[in-house]
Write a protein that binds this ligand. Structure first.
Ligand code: S3P
Length: 173
């Protein structure tokens, strides 16, 4: 592509529904590099869905597996990596990403998150109660961790292609 090649993986972080996977795919195409989705990798490795892992083993077990998968993917040097919303909140996972990759925090308003997460019923954390209340609480709890990312891009309800272009200019690729 026309884009300058970047020497470290670009890791997308941020809440469920912000568009990490879709934006990640577009960004990888723009950078002419590969894209990998951490939740999909976990599901492949465990041969079961994220919801099933939460149900059978709980969140802590999921986080430990998530940390191992991210360590491997960063090590393998993939171009663009989309994480699940809680990954960057784990201190060890966050330290690893900050050390070895470029973390990009995708951030948007609650209305957009509620609308986008409602389209797919695959998020165990949102089944525990009212999705809007849960997303509002998670945004509040996780804001300080996400803010450690090297790059912050506010998307709100911008089209995903536009967001991918915003990231390109933010990482100066
Ligand atoms: C989670 C987000 C999900 C998935 C799991 C936990 C979270 O990924 O990893 O349900 O803690 O925010 P997405 O952000 O891709 O929905």
């Amino acid at each position: 592509g026309l884009a300058r090649r970047i020497d470290r993986p670009v890791v997308l972080v941020g809440l469920m529904g912000v568009g990490k996977s879709t934006v990640g795919r577009r960004l990888a195409a723009l950078l002419d590099t590969d894209f990998i989705d951490v939740d999909e990798e976990i599901e492949r490795a465990a041969d079961r869905s994220v919801s099933e892992i939460f149900e059978a083993h709980g969140e802590l077990y999921f986080r430990a597996g998530e940390r191992r998968v991210i360590a491997r993917l960063v090590e393998e040097g993939h171009g663009v990596i989309a994480t699940g919303g809680g990954a960057f909140v784990d201190p060890e996972t966050r330290a690893l990403i900050l050390d070895r990759a470029i973390a990009v925090w995708l951030d948007c308003d609650i209305d957009t998150l509620v609308e986008r997460t409602a389209r797919r019923d695959s998020r165990p954390l949102l089944r525990k109660g009212d999705p809007r209340a849960i997303l509002t609480q998670l945004k509040d709890q996780r804001g300080d961790a996400y803010a450690e990312a090297q790059v912050h891009v506010v998307t709100d309800d911008a089209p995903h292609t536009e967001t991918a272009l915003s990231i390109l200019s933010a990482i100066d690729a």
